[in-house]
Design a protein around this ligand. Structure first.
Ligand code: ADP
Ligand code: MG
Length: 621
């Protein structure tokens, strides 16, 4: 049995430091919260090398009096509570009196501070938990706190940090949240000499959203402010247009403190029921304000979790606050509505309607054929931009390029400028299309069997196989957009995009930075319907970002599938017999290779034999 030892103070401090000072962003959070507690209305955060080399937080708050300046560095030194009972009425962000001591244990800290009443400011320098020098200094009212060489003496923690750019992204997230929770404080974030964002501090949440998330978000939020029984819920919720594929854009503050609470997310999502597709999550920034006595904030060292005294009631109030606003809002039609093929309305949810964006690239009856269509057909690529009716060529264009029809040799030898019509003969026909069920499943008879085919699963798999093989050879066919599409992005999304540019270019996208908060998409993989492009870009960025945090298994297949899925025909869409036949014919080639499910593993085709029917109807036993 190893001997039990009491840890040295220094070791104990380092361990405790791990709880509040986990990484640069947690240090920034603690320091910025101290500035807020000091009543500052202007806070500037500057970092270098992901925060390892420098974190400097400057505020115009109340400052620390000379006689308190050194005490502030002691563990459990706080001006915010005196006894445990005060916790029940806590109105400040800090209260544990641990942050400065913890940060100082694992770095070199310099503090310059002055209160209103003092003529001279105070200077304190501390290294690895000990004060090394103090003095007087001329300075503005407020506090400048700089942290240098973070974790230099804690190699284990150092190892655990990510790349500088990732760490500075986390800092952007933390500061972005603070800016959203305090629109009345002007917050500026500078990373490696570059200003990342700066909010005006004018008290308007939507202006802060504009700075953090960009114009698209700012223009698609609904403000709410609802009170019931002493509980106030206010902030904004997003229209379905800005819903996302994960919960990263759900932000909750309880009495001004950022909180992770899964139940509140669920409750808000419940209020959006029938308005969002499965797998879509609403945008929200909500504040819950209630008597501090009804929340326990001291359940987690980083203070990001809380307990409500009367949980059910609070969740009820949140639900009503959100639901009430959603049912009163008219939907503004917008291109990005067409997310996944279903449509929605805010006021009265409807069933999925036929999406407008998929026009098949099939020449309806073979003769006469337009010249441009023939040119495209002959090249076996996607024809230019317009079909006869002027409809965009999307969706099944690659199907039309398939060997559905054998072009007569005479035709092949003809120039496309020669007179039309030309002759086309059908290859073979072994499926008999019986019809389509629920606008979603193709029913086809072949030999002694009837097949039910999930049209979306089938097309998605076909697209996936094609795109995956192009992707692995770095040969994805890409097309230029007639009108480039601008996508608003947050700082961390911009970073994800620029640091993972390769994924996007390998997928056939050409995307460029476009100002501080947006990117411009100039080229996309062929066949991608433009209307769901923005959504796809957001989803891809989310996925790439997740993968950067923790490697996702089969990641490349997943992103290829995200594109394949967007370019596939959806359920709830009527197909012509001709389209169905083409789909099935191509499907056969896949089935021959033993591929029988969509990329998510759902079956593409279900078979029932004549014998099954005979048994069912008790003709045989
Ligand atoms: P806590 O915030 O939990 O009280 P900290 O270790 O973060 O503990 O800070 C210790 C004390 O130092 C605070 O209670 C506060 O009095 C003082 N302090 C820290 N940062 C600032 C600041 N930026 N402006 C004014 N006072 C500060
Ligand atoms: Mg604090």
């Amino acid at each position: 049995m190893p001997q039990i030892r009491v840890l040295s103070q220094q070791t104990a401090d380092k361990i405790a430091a791990g709880e509040v000072a986990e990484r640069p962003s947690s240090v920034v959070k603690e320091l910025a919260e101290n500035s807020i507690d000091a009543g500052a209305d202007r806070i500037t955060v500057e970092i270098r090398d992901g925060g390892i080399r420098l974190i400097c937080v400057t505020d115009n708050g109340c400052g620390i009096a000379k006689e308190d300046a050194q005490i502030a560095f002691l563990r459990h030194a706080t001006s915010k509570i005196r006894e445990i009972g005060d916790l029940e009425n806590i109105g400040t962000m800090g209260f544990r009196g641990e942050a400065l001591a913890s940060i100082c244990a694992v770095s070199e800290v310099e503090m310059i501070t002055r209160t209103e009443g003092e003529e001279e400011g105070t200077y304190v320098k501390a290294e690895r938990g000990k004060i090394v020098s103090t003095g007087e200094i001329a300075c503005n009212r407020g506090t400048v706190l700089s942290v240098k060489n973070l974790f230099m003496n804690v190699p284990a923690r150092m190892k655990f940090l990510k790349k500088n750019s990732t760490e500075s992204g986390y800092v952007a997230d933390v500061l972005g949240r603070i800016a959203l929770s305090k629109p009345d404080i002007a917050i500026k974030y500078i990373c490696d000499d570059k200003e990342v964002f700066a909010t005006s501090g004018d008290g308007n949440l939507i202006n802060a959203i504009l700075k953090i998330y960009g114009r698209e978000c700012a223009e698609n939020v609904i403000e709410l402010d609802y009170s019931e029984d002493g509980v106030r819920v206010f902030g904004v919720i997003g229209k379905p247009e800005i819903s996302r594929g994960n919960r990263t854009r759900q932000t909750l503050f309880v009495n001004g403190r950022y909180i992770k609470n899964h139940v509140v997310s669920k409750v808000v999502e419940e209020a959006y029921r029938n308005m969002l597709m499965v797998g879509r999550f609403p945008f929200f920034i909500l504040n819950i304000e209630l008597s501090p006595q009804l929340v326990d904030v001291n359940v987690h060292p980083a203070k990001t979790e809380i307990k409500f005294a009367n949980e059910k009631k609070i969740y009820d109030i949140v639900y009503h606050a959100v639901k009430g606003r959603l049912s009163g809002v008219e939907r503004r039609p917008s291109a990005s509505d067409k997310t996944d093929g279903a449509s929605f309305e805010l006021a009265k949810p409807t069933n999925a309607a036929e999406p407008a964006q998929f026009k098949l690239n099939l020449t309806p009856k073979i003769e006469p054929v337009s010249r441009s269509a023939v040119a495209g057909f002959m090249k076996n690529t996607v024809p230019e931009a317009k079909e006869e009716g002027g409809a965009p060529l999307h969706g099944l264009s690659d199907i039309s390029a398939d060997k559905r029809y054998i072009v007569d040799d005479r035709v092949k030898n003809k120039s496309v400028d020669d007179e039309l019509p030309f002759e086309i003969v059908e290859e073979y026909d072994d499926y008999k299309i019986v019809g389509q069920l629920f606008s979603t499943y193709i029913v086809a008879e072949k030999g002694d069997s009837v097949f039910f085919i999930d049209q979306h699963a089938a097309h998605e798999r076909l697209n996936f196989e094609k795109l995956m093989s192009e992707y692995s050879e770095r040969k994805v066919l890409s097309q230029q957009l007639l009108v480039p599409v601008v996508v608003d992005l947050s700082q961390s999304e911009m970073r994800t995009l620029s640091e993972s540019a390769e994924y996007f270019s390998n997928l056939g996208f050409v995307i460029e930075e476009f100002g501080v908060n947006s990117a411009i998409v100039r080229q996309t993989p062929v066949d991608l319907p433009e209307l769901s492009l923005k959504q796809l870009i957001y989803n891809l960025i989310d996925a790439v970002g997740e993968n950067r945090k923790h490697a996702v298994p089969n990641f490349e297949e997943k992103i290829v599938d995200m594109v394949s899925c967007k370019s596939a025909i959806k359920a709830n869409r009527k197909l012509s017999t001709e389209e169905a036949e083409i789909l099935l014919k191509r499907l056969d080639a896949l089935l021959e290779r033993g591929i029988s499910t969509c990329p998510h593993g759902r079956p593409i085709r279900v078979e029932m034999t004549k014998t099954d029917f005979e048994k069912m109807f008790k003709r045989i036993t």
